[in-house]
Design a protein. Structure first.
Length: 115
C-alpha cells in the first residue's frame, strides 16, 4: 500500500520543535489516517495486519532515530527522484504529508501569536 518510513521521517524532520509529544501527534495521525483508508477497502486480515505492521515498524524506526538525535534536518537540496506510478492507497501518504504540513503551520502561527 505505501512506504511509510519516508513520509513519517519527513514529517518529523520538519518539526520546528522536535518533542516526543509532537512526534506522537504525527504517529497518531498516521495511524488514524491508515485506519480510515483501510476501512474503505474490503477487509482482509492478512493485508490489514501487514499494513499495520509496516506502519508500526516505520514509526519505531523514526522514533529510534529521533531519540538518538539522528534526525536533524531534511535536505531539500537533493536531486529530484523519479516519481513512481500511482498505486492503490497513495491517498494515505498525501493525507499524512498534509497533516504534517498543517501541524507545522499551526505551530508557526501559534509562535507568531505568542511573540
Amino acid at each position: 500500500m505505501a512506504e511509510y518510513y519516508s513520509v513519517i521521517h519527513r514529517a518529523v524532520a520538519v518539526l520546528e520543535i522536535n518533542t516526543l509529544e509532537d512526534r506522537r501527534a504525527i504517529y497518531n495521525r498516521a495511524r488514524a489516517v491508515q485506519e480510515f483508508q483501510l476501512g474503505k477497502r474490503p477487509f482482509n486480515k492478512a493485508n490489514y495486519d501487514r499494513e499495520r505492521s509496516m506502519l508500526e515498524n516505520a514509526i519505531s524506526r523514526v522514533e529510534a532515530e529521533a531519540t538518538n538525535k539522528r534526525i536533524i534536518t531534511y535536505s531539500f537540496c537533493r536531486e529530484p527522484a523519479a516519481v513512481p506510478d500511482p498505486v492503490v492507497g497513495t491517498g494515505v501518504l498525501g493525507l499524512i504529508a498534509a497533516c504534517a504540513g498543517l501541524l507545522g503551520w499551526r505551530r508557526k502561527r501559534k509562535a507568531q501569536a505568542v511573540a
